[in-house]
Write a protein of this length. Sequence first.
Length: 155
Amino acid sequence: MDKITKDVGDIQSRLLNHRPIINAEIRYFVREFEEKRGNRENRLLENLNKMVAETNEQMPSTDVQGGILGMMPDLIKRLDAANHMADRVQQRELEAQQSTQMQVNMERLKEEWADFLKEQQRLKEEVDDEHAKAVGQLSNHYSEKKMDLTKFSPL
């Protein structure tokens, strides 16, 4: 029984105890970033700090800020003018596009109107022909009736 308990304890410690693996990873991480790289990152940060300090010395901050703040109203006016001109160009382009579309639509409508008028003229001629035939038939019919009346009348 003691052997089984010991074996179960060994299996449990191997399966659930991750400390040795984690400790090995931590040692590797520390060795990688502290020992192998040395102070490379520290030197890079110091160089960047020097460059920033030199740049700050070369450009006085008050002149830069004063110059930028003094130019702001003029820049705002120029940007407003540019926006206004862009809006006008866009509006003209839209109007030109709409007028072109309207011209195309007007030409199409004129063609449709001409076709409609031709069709109406054709239908009018058909109706006129039918009317003329009907008038001819009626006048023949009444002329026959009139002849029949003249035959039977005592004059």
